[in-house]
Design a protein around this ligand. Structure first.
Ligand code: BGC
Length: 465
């Protein structure tokens, strides 16, 4: 074992910067995710006109991406284990570029749906692999904020898509709306090519010399590298992988179910109701024409700004208090908004108040469940089953996203504004309780410690202690 070398201030800094660069690059996968969530709402009307699409066809155009993403997330578990995290990110980026160009050049509804499925596969791979990769290279004390950077990039992608849609809408240029995302996709590909392999994955594949080299670049401290390698190797000695572990180990099943529950919860907060249908909600509050688009852009902007705030606090305040405060805020925002929308015609002052409530909801989400669910899902799975566990939770994110997306308009029609938003408010209140009883505090705890606690059978709520 190498002797511990003294670490100079300069090299410490280089190590930290390198980790941030590496994490930042992987977080750009979030940008692609966001662009795709945001881009379709503005493009849909023009696509509908160009192809004379029925409402059902439009629903398919929107949701085919989520379907593809679910497939991608499913495949990503195997890919990231066999090919590695870096190679999976590269593959995701290539498919992304091809998929977005395919969308831009689509010639019929069917071809656009296929193109959106292809694009979704890329997003599924990227959304699975990026947080996994980040959590494997980040030092424990920075893990939360590095993964939150990923969420920040999602929100920036959504905002960029809202803005570019609004501008391109003057020209009706829906092909450009869909195609332009190939540019950040190509940049991402170039950046990813320069990333190191995940040291944890290298150790899994028995490539310990390379793992040490990467870790040394990241940590710049031999003692830290030795400790980390020892911890990871110890865990890798425990047999079983993925499905086998899931079948045979009830402790692992608990973490898988926790990840699944957390991602379902994130979607059932109703966040994407706002992301996909913000103009519609502004319409229900009495705003017309351009005001709806402006309102949507403001939603996107507030989403970005509040996520910045979250990055500052997750590694200081901890996961649980931030989540609990977030669900409380979302309950109030959704509940009051639902009430206002059920009243009928609103005075201008009340319209503004309704918008403020919508923004309160967004702030609640962006400072809590937005980043933290991704953080927690990458933290609670044990090494041997991490790929499987994160694949299951990411898949759930997309399936739940799909369900929320395809039910919202029918819910509004069938149940009315008050009840629809009331249901989401009640769900947020229930998630507050779930967090209180089931969600562990993982702030600053090493992944190895969390794993030990889980596998010893400690209650989920306590696996971070
Ligand atoms: C969610 C997305 C959502 C986005 C909004 C992400 O964490 O997974 O579904 O659209 O946040 O900022």
């Amino acid at each position: 074992m190498a002797a511990a070398a003294p670490t100079s201030v300069a090299s410490k800094k280089t190590g930290a910067n390198y980790s941030f660069f590496t994490g930042g690059m992987a977080a750009l996968a979030g940008l692609m995710f966001g662009l795709d969530i945001g881009v379709i709402s503005g493009a849909l009307k023009f696509i509908g006109d160009a192809f004379h699409a029925s409402d059902a066809a439009k629903e398919w155009i929107v949701s085919s991406m989520m379907f593809g993403a679910a497939l991608g997330a499913l495949a990503a578990g195997v890919l990231s284990y066999r090919l590695g995290r870096k190679a999976s990110l590269i593959l995701g980026a290539i498919i992304f570029v091809v998929g977005s160009l395919f969308c831009a050049f689509s010639w019929s509804i069917a071809s656009l749906i296929v193109a959106r499925i292809v694009l979704g596969v890329a997003i599924g791979i990227a959304t699975f692999t990026a947080p996994l990769y980040i959590s494997e290279i980040a030092p424990p004390a920075k893990r939360g904020s590095m993964i939150s950077t990923y969420q920040l990039m999602i929100t920036i992608g959504i905002l960029a898509a809202f803005i570019s849609d609004t501008l391109l809408a003057y020209l009706g240029a829906w092909r450009w709306m869909l195609g332009i995302v190939a540019v950040p996709g190509a940049l991402f590909l170039l950046g990813v090519l320069r990333l190191p392999n995940s040291p944890r994955w290298l150790l899994m594949r028995g490539r310990s010399r390379e793992a040490r080299e990467v870790l040394h670049e990241l940590r710049q401290n031999d003692r830290v590298v030795d400790d980390e390698v020892r911890d990871i190797e110890e865990q890798l000695r425990r047999p079983q992988v993925g499905w086998q572990l899931f079948r045979g180990n009830s402790n692992f099943r608990r973490s898988v179910f926790l990840g699944i529950a957390l991602q379902a919860i994130q979607q059932l907060t109703g966040i994407n109701v706002v992301m996909y249908y913000a103009p519609h909600i502004f319409g229900a509050a009495g705003f017309q024409g351009h005001a709806q688009l402006w309102g949507t852009a403001i939603v996107g902007l507030v989403n970005v700004l509040a996520t910045f705030l979250a990055i500052g606090v997750v590694d200081r305040l901890g996961r649980r208090p931030v989540l609990i405060a977030g669900f409380a805020t979302m309950t109030v925002g959704m509940g009051v908004l639902g009430y206002m929308l059920s009243i009928g015609t609103l005075s201008f002052g009340m319209q503004i108040f309704a918008v403020i409530m919508l923004l309160v909801f967004i702030i609640g989400f962006a400072t809590s469940a937005g980043p933290l669910i991704w953080v927690l899902c990458s933290e609670v799975q044990p090494t041997k089953g991490r790929d499987f566990g994160i694949a299951a939770s990411t898949l759930t994110n997309w399936v739940a996203n799909f369900i929320v997306g395809v039910t919202f308009l029918s819910m509004l029609q069938g149940l009315g504004n008050g009840i629809t938003f009331g249901i989401y408010a009640a769900l947020n209140a229930a998630f507050l309780l779930f967090t209180f009883f089931m969600v562990p505090e993982t702030k600053g705890i090493s992944l190895e410690k969390i794993e030990d606690n889980l596998m010893e059978g400690k209650p989920l709520r306590h696996i971070g202690v």
